[in-house]
Design a protein around this ligand. Structure first.
Ligand SMILES: [Zn+2]
Length: 238
């Protein structure tokens, strides 16, 4: 692993990255790496009571507060929930995200996660991370990226259908992860009311379960995207 890497985590909604890989990102940040946390959709449909426009602003602030706790920089692509375009215009926003942040490694959703925004993000990130390196692929940001970045897929929601290839021990970062999730107060109620999930029980159970698989108290699991030219000989996860 390079001494100073740039890590880009791309999730569908504000709170996905925090639930699925916040401990790992905190570990990267703690070791001095640059960490970006991007949520592609703005979270404007994730509530029963708060109006959508207001919710969008609240969730942006929740995401920024969570990123600050993790030691990361927060970015929003600001697509409305459930409206990430499967078009070239949609893809180009992801290409510019990569040209802007210039990651050495990307963490995102596997393209088989539980809802369309997650699947779309996984697909766009895969496409964009290649196209971002093509000088003749023109977008708003002219400077192309010089690396087809390795991609690591974070866990699926509740770990369904996901068998990790690599684990990160987040025992020391677990409290940071819990505090980052606590910033998403709008989702603490939404997930309880819409999905019957206690978010803190959720992250405790998942981190403990992945930890049991790798002899750690708490862990997060990942799968590498094993395709040329993204494979590396060294371990890139912390
Ligand atoms: Zn989500």
């Amino acid at each position: 692993m390079k001494e100073k890497m740039t890590v880009l985590a791309v999730g569908a909604h504000p709170d996905d990255i925090e639930m699925l890989c916040a401990g790992t990102l905190a570990k990267y940040a703690g070791a001095g790496h640059k960490v970006y946390m991007c949520h592609a959709a703005n979270g404007n449909k994730g509530h029963f009571v708060i109006p959508s426009d207001e919710l969008r602003l609240i969730r942006r602030e929740e995401a920024k507060a969570a990123a600050a706790i993790i030691g990361a920089e927060s970015i929003s692509l600001d697509f409305p929930d459930c409206e990430i375009p499967p078009t070239k215009d949609g893809l180009d926003r992801f290409i510019d995200l990569i040209r802007q942040t210039r990651p050495d490694i990307i963490i995102t959703h596997p393209p088989y996660d539980y809802m369309p925004d997650h699947v779309m993000v996984g697909k766009h990130v895969f496409d964009a991370s290649f196209h971002a390196t093509l000088p003749y692929y023109k977008t708003d940001i002219a400077e192309y990226h010089d690396t087809v970045a390795p991609i690591y897929y974070m866990d699926t929601l509740v770990g369904v259908g996901f068998l990790p290839q690599e684990y990160v021990d987040i025992t020391e970062e677990y409290e940071i992860k819990r505090k980052a999730l606590n910033c998403h107060q709008s989702q603490v109620t939404w997930l309880a009311e819409h999905d019957n999930i206690d978010i803190f029980e959720y992250i405790e159970t998942s981190a403990r379960f992945r930890g049991l698989q790798c002899d750690a108290r708490y862990a997060e699991g990942f799968c590498r995207l094993d395709v040329w030219p993204r494979n590396k000989t060294e371990r890139l996860l912390p």
